[in-house]
Design a protein around this ligand. Structure first.
Ligand code: AHR
Length: 333
């Protein structure tokens, strides 16, 4: 009996180790084993390792869903690893993909810096790397192409909309994204570039809410209790989730979001459209998370020998309260 139990325990350990080897949050086994081959009719499936940042926002959830469903649709085997906001987890996942000899590595870098060594390892192993969503600060020869929105332009669009709405006069609070990330850096930069032409528009407060609703709310609660917080009449949030958290805090403080404080944010998720229809959010600049079709198109073209541009830009537009009700039924995320 004791020997049987021993064998069962060993078998359990082997199964556990096998799944741990796929990384935390891995869903590699989810890709369908049916469907057309990604390699032009041969039986061998294309294997793609994808390192995702985490699940910090509605945008990210839609992005993950788009990557997973598109891989499944195309019969591509996806090894998916969720890094839970940690760069070290992404580096581990990429190393594990290299060790597993996947055909392609794709990733969305949580921050800009610190990727060169691991991407050099992928290059030395002969595995092409595709960058999705956020830019890493590395030489261009370390990846095939970077697919995603222009975050600087998004920041500019947000500022231009606000300048028009407020007639060039505003006391602004800014909720920034994850420190060191491309969208936080670029959305700040784009916003400030436009503000440079509007001397009566000033950012008097800027703090990170890490792209989450909970932190957006917390930071806004503390701000509204301070002397500076009492002076603000505009909020620029680097994503919708933080804006939605801040809206709750503004309401709880007895003020009217969208009226006492004019709010512009970025992403264009359904929750933002609901808030615009309710009158609590004034404008959202779209950032399309549905990158799955673009990513796998690029990978498949590359595999067929086509040359790709180093940058594939996804075009975005803005929506304000006047457009929200008409646009909501068309929203896919
Ligand atoms: O990198 C894209 C950004 O990351 C989105 O704007 C934000 O919501 C997300 O978490």
């Amino acid at each position: 009996m004791r020997q049987v139990l021993g064998w069962l325990a060993l078998a359990g350990l082997v199964v556990g180790l096998a799944s741990a080897g796929c990384g935390k949050g891995d869903s590699g086994g989810e890709a369908s084993s049916t469907g057309s081959s990604a390699q032009g009719g041969t039986d061998k499936k294309l294997v793609v390792g994808f390192s995702q940042i985490g699940a910090e926002s509605a945008w990210r959830t839609a992005n993950t869903e788009s990557i997973k469903s598109e891989a499944e649709k195309r019969g591509i085997e996806l090894k998916f690893a969720d890094a839970q906001q940690k760069q070290e987890n992404q580096i581990k996942a990429i190393r594990s993909f290299i060790a597993q000899k996947v055909d392609v590595i794709a990733f969305a870098p949580v921050v800009e810096e610190g990727w060169e060594p691991v991407l050099k390892e992928a290059k030395e192993a002969g595995i092409p790397v595709f960058v999705s969503d956020r830019r890493p600060a590395v030489p261009e020869d370390l990846y095939v192409t970077f697919i995603g929105s222009d975050f600087v332009k998004e920041g500019q669009m947000a500022a231009e909309w606000l300048a028009k709405k407020m007639d060039g006069k505003a006391v602004i609070a800014e909720l920034t994204g994850t420190p060191g990330s491309a969208p936080a850096n670029d959305r700040k930069k784009g916003f400030e570039e436009v503000l440079a032409n509007h001397p009566d528009m000033k950012v008097v407060f800027s703090q990170t809410g890490n792209f989450t609703r909970a932190e957006g709310k917390q930071v806004m609660e503390a701000l509204l209790k301070s002397d500076v917080g009492k002076t603000i009449n505009a909020l620029y949030a680097h994503n919708d989730d933080m804006a939605l958290g801040a809206i709750q805090a503004i309401e709880e403080a007895g003020k009217k979001p969208g009226v006492d404080i004019i709010i512009v944010s970025i992403d264009g998720v359904k929750g933002a459209f609901d808030a615009m229809i309710a009158g609590t959010l004034n404008c959202t600049v779209e950032c399309n998370p549905l990158l799955g079709p673009y990513l796998f198109d690029a990978i498949e073209k590359f595999k067929k020998g086509e040359t790709l541009p180093k940058r594939i830009v996804i075009e975005d537009k803005f929506f304000d309260q006047t457009m929200a009700a008409q646009e909501l039924p068309n929203r896919k995320y």
